[in-house]
Design a binder for this molecule. Structure first.
Ligand code: ADP
Ligand code: MG
Length: 239
């Protein structure tokens, strides 16, 4: 469904993504794992049109999208939940959610989407009129995820959804992510939580210095000693 080929991103002279090739099949979870500065957010930004790639192609359902503006990419069915969540703290949960449905075409359709989305987020439904700024970190991440789903995407790009969350909130987020393929939504997940990300993903890419160093079925990478040495620092610490 999504195919990136030899994709390159640079900021002035600095190359952030150096020729990566990646695929996400429909209704599957694929993850990109790697340390800070690897180029993961830049890769997602190129796919959603926030950053213009300097090389390569991005095809979605067979159509070249690398030159489209962000709103046109959203309209084709790609939602991006950015790092840091980017919520409007002074606006209510309902207002934040409806902003995610700007491609719905009518208020009635946006309201339908709100109702359908909230079925998966009962905690949000009970607090719709509260300001988003009142939420805890885990609740804010849930709101960001729900806002992404309000665009009714075929593919959702998730940038470090577990960053800074408690173990309980992290488990909740991963449970929701794991349930998305059953709702027909494919996921491209960027994470530093290697163990949990591999557990929900079918396929994984390991990224460092703008390049993919390794890739494969998540279950195989989980057992790979090279991967464990380079990416599973937390496991060796006795987690
Ligand atoms: N807007 C920007 N301007 C200049 N350099 C940037 C910008 N965004 C990211 N970079 C640089 O690009 C590289 C990749 O960053 P990023 O894509 O954010 O990696 P990651 O998400 O894996 O931490 C880093 O060296 C970072 O400093
Ligand atoms: Mg990042």
């Amino acid at each position: 469904m999504l195919d990136c080929t030899e994709l390159g991103v640079r900021y002035d002279a600095l190359p952030a993504v150096r020729g990566v090739t990646l695929g996400v099949p429909s209704a599957r979870i694929v993850c990109v794992l790697g340390p800070n500065g690897a180029g993961k957010s830049s890769l997602l930004g190129a796919i959603s049109g926030q950053v213009r790639p300097v090389a390569g192609s991005i095809r979605f359902d067979g159509e070249a999208i690398e030159m489209l503006p962000p709103h046109a990419i959203t309209a084709r069915g790609i939602a991006h939940v950015p790092e840091g969540r980017m919520l409007f703290g002074d606006l209510s949960l309902r207002e934040n959610l409806l902003l995610g449905a700007h491609n719905a075409g009518s208020l009635a359709r946006a309201a339908d989407r709100l109702d359908a989305t909230l079925d998966a987020f009962p905690m949000l439904r009970s607090r719709l009129d509260e300001p988003a700024g009142m939420l805890s970190g885990g609740q804010a991440q849930m709101l960001a995820l729900a806002r992404g789903l309000m665009a009714a995407p075929k593919l959702i790009l998730l940038d470090e959804p577990s960053l800074g969350l408690s173990p309980k909130a992290t488990a909740d987020v991963f449970r929701l992510v794991a349930a998305l393929p059953a709702r027909g939504v494919a996921v491209l997940l960027v994470e530093q939580n290697v163990r949990r990300a591999l557990a929900v993903s079918g396929y994984a890419y390991l990224m460092r210095n703008g390049l993919f160093q390794a890739q494969g079925p998540a279950a195989e990478l989980m057992r790979d000693p090279m991967v464990q040495d380079a990416y599973f620092g937390d496991l060796h610490a006795g987690e």
